[in-house]
Each structure stands twice: as C-alpha cells, then as structure tokens.
Design a protein around this ligand. Structure first.
Ligand code: C2E
Ligand code: CA
Ligand code: CA
Ligand code: CA
Length: 281
C-alpha cells in the first residue's frame, strides 16, 4: 500500500508539473510578446439600443503569437493576473489606448470616449489613480476621453481603497463602469456608495435571452432587477453580449438604454473605427 501511494503521488506531481510547465511557458511567451510588440487593441462600440448611435468604444487586448496565432485574453489575462505580469501589460494597454485616442483627436475625428479594462490587481495598485492621470497627460488627453471598467468582484474587494480611487477618478471626470455585473453578489448597500457611472449586465444573463426570454424566467428577472437597480441608483445600464434582435427588443422593452454585442459590431481594429463612427470610408 505504501509503494502504491507513492506511485500515485508521483503521477500526481507529474500532471501538476505539466500544467505548471504550460503556465510558465505561456508566462515566458507573454513577456517576450510585449518586447516584440505582439499585443494590440481592438475596439467594440457601446451603442444607444434604440438609435444604434455609438456612444463609446471599449478597448480589448489581442495577442497575435507568431506560431500559436491569436491567443484569447480569456486565457492569458487570468494568468497575467496570477503571475503579476498584468502590472507590466496593463500600463502598456493604457498607453496604447491613450495614444490611439490622441491620433483620432489629432485627425479631427469626432471621437467618443474609449473605455479601458483594468484588472483587479491593477486597480488595487496604490498609485492607480496617478497612473491613469499620468497616461492621460502624457498623451495630451482630457479626463472625458477615457473611461475605466473594473469587474464587480474587483470593485467589491478592499472597500475603502475602492471608494477612495473611484472618488478620485469621479472628481477628475473619469467615468467608471462596473463590469460583469450580477456575478459577484454585491451588497446593494455598498454599491450605492460607489461613485460609478454605469453597470454592465454580464453577458451570461443576456446570452440566455437569445431565443425565447420567457423560457429563461430567472435570467429575465435578474436582467430586469439590474435595470431597475441602475435606474434607482442613477447609473446607466449597459447590456453586454447582444447578438440578435430578440435580445435587443427584450432589453429595450424593459428599459435598458445601452448595449454592446455582435449585433452592432464585433471588436474591430483601430483602422475600422472611422467606419463605425460614420466618418470617412
Ligand atoms: P469583458 O471585459 O467582459 O469583455 C467582453 C467580452 O465579450 C470580449 O471578449 C468581447 O469580445 C466579447 N463580446 C462582445 N460582444 C459579444 C457578443 O455579442 N457575444 C459574445 N459571445 N461575446 C461578445 P474578449 O475580448 O475575448 O475579452 C474577454 C475578457 O478578457 C474581457 O471580458 C476582460 O475581462 C478581459 N480583457 C480583454 N481585454 C482586456 C484588457 O485590455 N485588459 C484587461 N485587464 N482585461 C481584458
Ligand atoms: Ca469590459
Ligand atoms: Ca463584461
Ligand atoms: Ca467578462
């Protein structure tokens, strides 16, 4: 029995090694990728659900690896969070976004604000406010050119620091949205104290409204509750992951003013943004 146990243990560590190995390999590759400029941003519009007018753009990072092709942020962002590499990548994402906004402004394109996602770990950096203001001033931008998105779970951790940072951003005119709302069981009493401009309904709720909202009464009820909550707290409500007209109609019917999703546009490279904004070719 003793030797069997040992063999099991051995097997277990081998598997663990393989998983660890893969993560280390990915982590190494990310660091090289940054040096080689393999990260870039794509932009997805946030629209007025009724008119379809573009109100802002959300910047989403993309990694094109020379051999592996596109690596999904769903795969490398969580790892970058764990290893701390996000503290190197995050500022680069913010810099690229601000530089791009500057380019659009310099070319006289009637731009809309650009929202950048900050991971929990970035948002908890003690100098996050100074970093954001620094990125704005380096690129010669105004506070209203940039928006920030933090996830509900990030917003709900370290309460005092979150409120302090959000208040600083709010005072300077940088709008913040709470992303993936509905997934982290926020205390409503706490939520009402956060100076945020918008809450984004997590796309998991919206995705079940694809065919027949009546067939998913729980998700429909959660969506309606979040819309009501936003109205009560004076926050804009943005629905994510809208892929078809059924979802759009359901959301409009229940008073959701804004949304994002493939129905309006996939995230597109910077060069295609002018077309989305209806300027140029
Ligand atoms: P998120 O911030 O909730 O972003 C929304 C995700 O939904 C994006 O995936 C977007 O491409 C996708 N999406 C948009 N419309 C639709 C739709 O109609 N249907 C479906 N099925 N999906 C849609 P993406 O770009 O793969 O990003 C995944 C997550 O990775 C993001 O979720 C965010 O948490 C993280 N992420 C992406 N870019 C960044 C970044 O620059 N910084 C940080 N910290 N995180 C990022
Ligand atoms: Ca987001
Ligand atoms: Ca989201
Ligand atoms: Ca998400």
């Amino acid at each position: 029995a003793k030797s069997e146990g040992r063999r099991c243990y051995h097997f277990y560590t081998q598997e663990l090694d393989a998983a660890l190995q893969e993560r280390m390999e990915l982590d190494q590759a990310m660091r090289h990728a940054l040096e080689r400029g393999e990260f870039h941003l794509v932009y997805q519009p946030r629209v007025d659900l009724i008119s379809g007018r573009v109100l802002s753009l959300e910047a989403l990072v993309r990694w094109r690896h020379p051999v592996w092709g596109m690596v999904s942020p769903g795969r490398f962002i969580p790892l970058a969070e764990q290893t701390g590499f996000i503290l190197t990548l995050g500022p680069e994402i913010l810099r690229q976004a601000c530089e791009q906004i500057h380019i659009w402004k310099a070319r006289g394109i009637p731009t809309v604000p650009v929202a950048v996602n900050l991971s929990a770990r970035e948002f908890r950096q003690p100098d996050v406010f100074e970093r954001i203001m620094g990125a704005l001033s380096t690129a010669g931008l105004e506070a209203s050119d940039l928006e920030i998105e933090i996830t509900e779970s990030a917003a709900m951790s370290s309460v005092d620091q979150t409120i302090r940072t959000l208040t600083q951003l709010n005072d300077r005119g940088v709008c913040v949205s709470i992303d993936d709302f509905g997934t982290a069981y926020s205390s409503l009493n706490y939520l009402k104290r956060l100076p945020v401009h918008a809450i984004k309904i997590d796309q998991s709720f919206v995705s079940d409204m694809r065919e027949d909202p009546a067939a998913h009464p729980e998700d429909a009820a959660i969506i309606r509750a979040i819309i009501g909550l936003g109205q009560t707290l004076g926050m804009t409500v943005i629905a994510e992951g809208i892929e078809n007209q059924v979802q759009r109609d359901f959301l409009i019917e229940h008073g959701c003013p804004q949304g994002q999703g493939y129905l309006f546009s996939r995230p597109v490279p910077a060069g295609e943004v002018e077309r989305l904004l209806g300027v140029g070719g």
